[in-house]
Design a protein around this ligand. Structure first.
Ligand SMILES: NC(=O)c1ccc[n+]([C@@H]2O[C@H](COP(=O)([O-])OP(=O)(O)OC[C@H]3O[C@@H](n4cnc5c(N)ncnc54)[C@H](OP(=O)(O)O)[C@@H]3O)[C@@H](O)[C@H]2O)c1
Length: 277
């Protein structure tokens, strides 16, 4: 079946998540984020990725409410920040995020980073939130194989997703984690899929883009989709929010997918969890 802007992946608990989402990291709190989210929803996006630490949960929530789209048709993710680990702290942090969003429930709640210490306690609280129906799915972010192995040794609920940095520039660097997640039925979400803009002028990428009559950003998003990654490019600009969704009318050949994979240079545009014990 052809993919569209609202095509979904079915998570390990049956919940459907749209493959394409709008990221809002560094979307300034206030009107700018609200307008970006409203515009994205207007043109068909149905998935927004925020976090407590982004400081814009309130604006995301307002936009979703004002969009007029039924709550059940929009998928909203937020994340637990590092200072909020621990059983009780997690329950408190969730309540606060939920209140800021004002959407009744959260679709997906993630542990933002695998902070050493209390992360298993945190997960136990996430399982309770899930069982109480306060969120529809729970997952992790920036977990590598050893963090996942530890979690899977202790959990009752297997995380539904692992959100990590993924682009052609670091795919092979994360291949072991990707393969592990796939083997366990954990969906991957690709964050910083546009390399935060850093590689959009890479001549190799620009050449592939011109071959397909697409932009470098569209090639990176399509690459993620063809790897079956849920993908959450960020922009606050209307033209780019639209551009980033125009990725369902072409496909990258298997040869060019392999060529893109070879762009690996272990790129990390944010924080690298490699050395987190
Ligand atoms: N879990 C985590 O630890 C984690 C870490 C990082 C990110 N994330 C999530 O992943 C999302 C995406 O990652 P990201 O924000 O780091 O980076 P990204 O999506 O790779 O890149 C965003 C940057 O690219 C620009 N941009 C967007 N579309 C463009 C286009 N078509 N052409 C040229 N430039 C374009 C944006 O600028 P404008 O806004 O000015 O257009 C912004 O500077 C985040 O927003 C967040 O939701 C999660």
């Amino acid at each position: 079946m052809e993919m569209t802007i609202q095509s979904t992946a079915r998570l390990n608990n049956g919940v459907e998540i749209p493959f394409l989402g709008l990221g809002v990291f560094q979307s300034p709190p206030g009107d700018m984020t609200k307008k970006a989210v409203l515009y994205a929803l207007e043109i068909g996006y149905r998935h927004i990725d925020t976090a407590k630490i982004y400081g814009n949960e309130q604006d995301v929530g307002q936009a979703v409410r004002e969009s007029g789209i039924p709550r059940s048709e929009v998928f909203v993710t937020t994340k637990l920040w590092n200072q909020d680990h621990g059983y009780d702290a997690t329950l408190r942090a969730f309540a606060k995020s939920n209140q800021k969003l004002g959407l009744d429930y959260i679709d997906l709640y993630l542990i933002h980073w695998p902070v050493k210490g209390l992360r298993l306690e945190t997960w136990r609280a996430m399982e309770v939130l899930l069982s109480e129906g306060k969120c529809r799915a729970i997952g992790v972010s920036n977990y590598l194989v050893r963090h996942l192995e530890e979690l899977l040794d202790h959990c009752t609920v297997i995380p539904a997703v692992n959100q990590i940095e993924l682009s052609p520039y670091n795919y092979l660097y994360r291949k072991e984690t990707v393969d592990y997640c796939r083997a366990k039925g954990i969906w991957l979400e690709a964050y910083s899929p546009l390399t935060k803009g850093e590689k959009l002028t890479d001549p190799k990428l620009v050449k592939i883009a011109s071959k397909y009559g697409k932009t470098p950003a569209q090639i990176l998003i399509r690459w993620a989709l063809q790897h079956q990654f849920i993908v959450i490019p960020k922009s606050v600009r209307r033209d780019r929010i639209r551009e980033n969704a125009q990725v369902f009318d072409f496909s990258i050949s298997p040869e060019d997918m392999a060529y893109l994979d070879s762009f690996n240079e272990n790129l990390t545009t944010g924080w690298d969890p490699t050395n987190v014990p």
